[in-house]
Each structure stands twice: as C-alpha cells, then as structure tokens.
Design a protein. Structure first.
Length: 235
C-alpha cells in the first residue's frame, strides 16, 4: 500500500517523496525515500510498519546531544534491523541566524537554510547512503521541517521535480506539527514552513550553482551515485 503521510502513531510528519511528476516525464516512486520528524515515540507497530514498508536505513540529521539524550536510548526501535546513520546537519552560521532573527518580523528561514549548503561533506555522506542503501531510507530531524526540508528539496530537485512541487512538499509540515507539544518550545517563526522560506533557499542555490545537480557535484558526489539516487526514486 502507498501513502502520502504514513499512519504512524509515534510521529506526526512522516511523509513520502513518492508521487511527484518530474519535468522530464517520469514520476517519483513510493517506498524509496521518506522524510520524518523525530522517531523518539515510535511504537512497536510503527517499527513493524516501517519494516513492511521497505525501510532498511535511517538517517538522523539532529545534533549529537539530541541523539544521545533520546534516540539511542529508545529501546522500542529495532536497532538490529535498521541500519542507523548519524549525520548532524548544522553549522554556526545557521545557528547564529536563528539566534539573531527568529523573533524578527522579516524572518526568512530560507536564508538560514542556505548556510547548510556549506556542509558539503555531510551532504555527500547523505547522498552516498541514499545511493547505496539496500532498501528504503527514512531521514529525519526533530520536526521534519528544516534540515529534513533541505535534504528533501535536494533529492527532489536532483530528480527534476518542479520547484512548485518541492515548495508544496515543504509547506505541508507546519500543518502536521502545529499541535505537537514538541513545537511549543519554539518561537512562532520557527514553527512556520512558509513557501517564501523554501523558494528563497532554492533561489540562492540556483543563483550560486545553476542547478541542484551542479551543487551536488560540487559536494564531490560522483555522477554515478547521483544517477543511482535518480534511478532509485524515478520510474
């Protein structure tokens, strides 16, 4: 069975990258790449669902402290089955941007997201896992919005999904996380997933690199691995 948002009890924002038409006449497949919020409250049934859905690898994009405090201690996650990859995707520039601007009326997180493009070694790690995984890959951060949103955009952009669909995929997050108790600790600006944020990020990327693929090549990801990602996700 195929879903858009997966019916998991322990998450609110686990969603597909499948089902999007591409500009070159293909369509992205289901059961390949999933984006998600944190998995701390995953249930045993959720575990079984993800196994049956075809997920074999999980990428945690959160910082090491968050991983140590919650993720590794979650005995309800089948660590013997899933292959885990810890790739904290952040840097001082985005942290400083958030600290200085999160309460501003003209806050635009797309500017902050663009700083993640500097993490080329981490992006390379992520895409090598996407290319080489035996089954489906679920990647997540805390809310499944910011770091997860950037990685989702890079994957969909590489696969030539329209910018409108990439933005729409991003925008949905605020609807799903709005009632999450986790998000109550963040400012209103940090809870938003406005189209402006993702469109700004994409504009900055395209202005500097010309295309999603050219950016990913600049991360020293081989053309072979990029083609593997595209062929995995696209029919």
């Amino acid at each position: 069975m195929e879903y858009n948002r997966l019916p998991l009890k322990g998450t609110v924002n686990t969603r597909e990258l499948g089902g999007y038409p591409t500009n070159d006449g293909r369509v992205t497949k289901y059961h390949v790449f999933l984006r998600s919020d944190g998995l701390t409250n995953l249930t045993q049934k959720d575990n079984m669902f993800l196994k049956e859905y075809g997920i074999t690898d999980i990428i945690d994009l959160r910082g090491s402290t968050a991983i140590q405090d919650s993720f590794i201690s979650d005995d309800n996650i089948d660590k013997e089955y899933f292959k885990f990859h810890y790739i904290p995707l952040s840097n001082k520039k985005i942290e400083e941007y958030v600290k200085e601007n999160q309460y501003s009326d003209d806050f635009n997180f797309g500017i902050g997201y663009s700083y993640l493009l500097d993490n080329k070694d981490k992006i390379k790690e992520i895409f090598e896992i996407l290319a080489k995984s035996k089954g489906g890959v679920l990647f997540h951060c805390a809310a499944g919005k910011d770091r997860t949103g950037v990685v989702s955009a890079l994957i969909l952009g590489l696969c030539n999904v329209s910018i409108q669909d990439i933005i729409a995929n991003y925008e949905i997050t605020s609807t799903y996380i709005c009632k999450s108790k986790f998000m109550e600790i963040y400012s209103r600006n940090m809870q938003r997933s406005d189209s402006l944020f993702m469109s700004t990020f994409i504009d900055i990327l395209l202005e500097k690199y010309g295309s999603f693929e050219e950016y990913l090549l600049s991360c020293s990801i081989s053309k072979e691995n990029l083609d593997k990602v595209k062929n995995k996700l696209c029919i």
